[in-house]
Design a protein around this ligand. Sequence first.
Ligand code: NOJ
Length: 980
Amino acid sequence: MARSSRGMYCWAISTLLCLLILSLVSPSAAVKHHDFKRCDQSGFCKRNRALADSMIQAGSPDTSPYNLDAPSIKFKNGVLEASIIKSIPNTVPVRLPLTVTFLDRGNVRVTVDEEKRQKGDIELRHDSPVRKERYNEAGAWALTGAGLQSQKSAVLARASKGVSEVSWGPDGRFKAVIRHAPFGVEFYTGEEKQVAFNGRGFLNVEHWRPKIDRPAVDENSTEQQTVEPVEDESTWWEETFGGNTDSKPKGPESVALDITFPGYGHVYGLAEHAGPLSLKQTRGGEGNYDQPYRMYNSDIFEYELDSPMTLYGSIPFLQAHKKDSTVGVFWLNAAETWVDITKARRDTNPLTLGLSGGVVDTQTHWMSESGLLDIFVMLGPTPQHLAKSYGELTGYTQLPATFAMAYHQCRWNYVSDEDVKDVDRKFDKYNIPYDVIWLDIEYTDDKQYFTWDALNFPDPISMEKQLDESERKLVVIIDPHIKNKGGYSVGEELKSKGLAVKNKENNIFEGWCWPGSSNWIDAFNPAARTWWKSLFSFDKFKGTMQNVWLWNDMNEPSVFNGPEITMPRDNIHHGNWEHRDLHNINGMTFHNATYHALLERKKGDVRRPFVLTRSFYAGSQRSAAMWTGDNQANWEHLAASIPMILNQGVSGFPFAGADVGGFFGNPSKDLQTRWYQAGAFYPFFRGHAHIDTRRREPYMLGEPYTGIMTQALRLRYALLPAWYTAFHESSTEGYPIVRSQYYVHPKDEKGYEIDDQFYLGSTGLLVKPVTKEGADSVDIYLSDEENYFDYFDYTVYKGGLKTQRIAAPLEKLPILMQGGHIIPRKDRPRKSSGLMKWDPYTLVVVLSKTGEAKGTIYVDDGETFGYQQGAYVHRALTFADNRLTSSNLGTKGSKTASYLKTIQEVTVEKIIVVNAPDAWATQSEVLVTDGQSQGAKAELTYHAAVGGKAAWATVRRPDVQIGADWSVAFGDTLRDKTDL
Ligand code: NOJ
């Protein structure tokens, strides 16, 4: 967000005046720590950490008061049901229903509820109208319903001597050993322990209890006073932070568990944090954090780097990785969650007296404020298996429209429709491609969404029409806070129809955000979502046409005068759930509602909606793209964007980007130029800037900067076919779009902490953006034995656990091509991606050491859902035995034939073969075979290797169809030149 506490007071005066004041005060680039809780300021986090400490002190988990009630065990069709009994002195034993569901793919779901709350057998305080159960609807939002079938063939192998053992998974390869007392579960692959629950005794389900009002302590009394409670009750019944008091009608209700990954030295995931990809330890010590990773979606002003502080979105999914295995845990809970991480070295060979080095166990401790314990364990064994499993559960990333993968030009704010038209013209004047221009909050009439500022945007349709002439789009912002003002129909309907979030008294909640006094749509309410849909129809949202798409911001939700800049936890949502229970899902319900509204804007004309969201949860990938919020125009933030975006891929929400150029502040020309180079390889590529910053459209900087940025943008556009293929792969397999080193080379331990270079999809393109001021070279780590080739001049770099230095003057973005891949491109420069639709392709074939290469290409109309009925091309491209072949990977659908017809004129106009064998030196043609011709000739030009550069060859105009079978035969001897 772009507001500080000093900004809040300004709301009384007009927004403009306020902005003026803010712009005069120089911004202090530091997060306001005091606005956000540390663990010791969050009652349940403090209590659970204290419990962990006491267990560590006791030295044994055996004092854990949770035991499985063996007679209660029932096992049927791959589902084990039983009760866990929590026994604590002077309390009736607490019954906690347990369900363990054994799923396919090596997944298992463990759910623990609390019987009393489940049955509504509790009393709420303050006459609260909220639900008595623990929140049990997180799955309804996060899960798709796929991957949840139990594996009926799972076998309860043993149920004796205090242990129950279940085997399941492909060939019964997985085993869960459930210990009864204290309750704990160990998950095995074969005989190897992979994941352990409650091995350290930190399991905690804070059960319901009535509040006992203890008599106040009489300081003057000489008599013995009441005994102090054993547990810290100070925040059980209410909790105050920053002047706000949370009324906690259900008392303490946290859930917590320790989860250990034996032998796993690295864990990744837990988006969203601004820190390294390989997560750090959080219990202090040199180089470690002293706070757990926090997940409580928040609008953090001027967020800091290298920090476990929460940010705008949360994905409680974690992967643990070691050389031959990757396993994962998905903690399905939407309440505030903290995760402690520690690593412990374990001696595996007692005879070496600790000199063997041993192995590292990663220990995690998960703590959520309320809700169920609901955990998926995934036994992998590869990062790809995890991506697929997690994607199956929570949904794969949406396949966006092509324009969404192209370049977006944004700032807060383009001030008028004439301004937008002018920027649009200037991009053309300077021959800079772009697809989308964005309008931030100032386009509205007084921050009333679905309206236009009539003075500055008198004719939005003519603006949209101008954009449409170049197939460009407009994105406008609409936030979840709705101005609370008489006469504003949207605000009035929200209230009169009862669709707003309520406060703890069950009245409409009122708070402050951009429009001043506001109410919030409760998108958990199906009626609210139906109403939301109605607002986007073209006749309702006047001034919009088909090329207008959406940006949902501030949906954590950001409430300027709320506790921790968000909603009070005791606010009430549809179904009488407390806000605390579902806080982290709130943003997702909103952007989902927008996505569905856009689907229905016009009957019969359904295009893939584009929605950008700031807040997110597991499942957001199904309907939105995200960006990393309000970063700063400095080199550190540029560098930090890369692990953050890589982590989005690990966390199953890979359509991610960061504000290019930095949101706060004015980037130097060098910084901005380097940022465009990096941004050209963000899955979501958008330049954005704060209202107080100087104009910085790429053409503003002058040469050489404008030219260099234009090259970066053109590179993005040329590679759009590769991006589209990577997005498609992500949308069907769950794989990240940009992939980290450990993901691509899971066996290479040297790569586990590398998070400043990455691969684009399966293309073999390896990118290392320059993120240091003044740097004119980078060191790039090459894991595998293949040769890598400079993208631009084909200089050869040998791989094999080697770090290579690459020159990187300002005009150069270091990109290498890994031998063995085929990369599809479109090389004709155009104004926008829409205008490239019918352009021919270039295929770059990068031969491996053995003279082979492969790749895939996925193509469809780039805007409709026709691909779901087969309107697409998906082909395998293979170079082997001196022949490049295209073969079909797709399956036919009702629209396949008609689609193929539409693109039969789209051909391959050029083939570039890098690392071409020298035997081709004497050849001048290749033979092309396709449906039309057997052995037509096309011209081949050979370029011998010079200096450290590989030989390469080009084939001009083979003119084969991108959607058809064909092959191109080259000379008949292959020898690896780079290995001489
Ligand atoms: C906060 C967002 O993070 C930022 O990108 C946007 O410009 C402002 N809100 C104003 O809408």
